[in-house]
Design a protein around this ligand. Sequence first.
Ligand SMILES: Nc1ncnc2c1ncn2[C@@H]1O[C@H](COP(=O)(O)OP(=O)(O)OP(=O)(O)O)[C@@H](O)[C@H]1O
Ligand SMILES: [Mg+2]
Length: 407
Amino acid sequence: MEQTIYQRVIENMSAGVLVVGTDRRIQMGNSSIRAFLGLKDDITGKSLAEVFFEADGEKYDDLMDIMLDAILNDKINMRVPVEYELSGEPKHYLVSTYSIEMDSSRQFIVLIIEDITELSELRDALSAKQEIRRLNESLDRRDELIKKTYGQYLTDEHVDAILDGRSVEKAEDKKTLISLRGVVKEYGNGDHILRVLKGIDLDIYEHEFLVVLGESGCGKSTMMNIVGGMDFMTEGSLIVEGKDFSKPTEKELTAYRRNYIGFIFQSYNLMPNLTALENVRFIAEISQNPISPEEAIAKVGLSERAGNYPSEMSGGQQQRVSIARALVKNPTLIIADEPTAALDFSTSIEVLSVIEDVVRVQGKTVCMITHNEEIAKMADRVVRLKDGMVSAIRVNLHPLSAKELLW
Ligand SMILES: Nc1ncnc2c1ncn2[C@@H]1O[C@H](COP(=O)(O)OP(=O)(O)OP(=O)(O)O)[C@@H](O)[C@H]1O
Ligand SMILES: [Mg+2]
């Protein structure tokens, strides 16, 4: 039997999961919720918090509203009773780290609790003060999450609330760079139509590191090729910095691709008869707003190798040249489609460190496709595709640095 996303999440997590249900689901009770999640009763050894909001008779049209209300107005104070499977006795825990997933039907929000501390243990601990300081820091991190989540699910009602000066407080301005709505991609014609993307809604924020995960064939490359202007969509819209690129002509698409997007591929696609610097310069010459090729080469740490031909460089170095080639255009978005799939572990880390620098230091926006769940830990957000649809979006509370990854 195929596992649900929740089962997979639960198997991988260290502490527990907090499930937030809609009004209707709240009536279901714990055991039905468990059945819904496919958890059955034989799951043992994991603490599982199934905590539901008291809707207080209020009507919520949208689960997002419940979620936002709960987080922003402190209805979840992260002191949740966790039913401890082994002892069978409910105890109180303080949740210190968590992240969020959403299912594609938008019926459920799952808060994945990554770190919890039992309060009674805390009190007894000699190092209680220190622990409390640590937990306070965790709560600060929770605020960071609220900022991220808030930007993501801002609805008209919340905008109204902000304008009216009501309780919803906008913590951070998050600029949407690229917006996909209802994107459908079909291949073939007549009787043989293959619907590869089935209605993708996705926002990409400025300066974020977005990772796209999903099984082979689910449509990752197809989606990013549309975002990158490599391909036309069948239906839907693509808005980039407020401009509509939903139905471009070939010419507009070429100009879009050239001026807005930097690509990094698994196979580096360098010109074999040009040196590293020439490979980069050649792209600078056809770009509208390039940075200097020398600067781009320096940004990936290859100044010493600028005169080498691709055949004289290692795979990691060649991939860094291709990153420089993406950077030199000074693009709005950099798309990396499995950039480390052909590299060994240490070379992958070397390349990922350069990509990390591109986002965190140089302030670029990067979308990276990967099959590697470990690499996804570097992202600000992880988008999962399944069968041509977005199946989950996860906000990473603590993106890891490339050097912290291990596989
Ligand atoms: N030009 C095409 N014509 C017909 N079908 C296509 C075309 N390009 C892609 N497809 C199909 O669309 C589906 C999604 O392909 P896509 O390359 O987007 O998958 P992916 O998620 O990137 O997979 P992988 O992880 O293997 O790279 C696949 O079933 C593929 O066979
Ligand atoms: Mg692909």
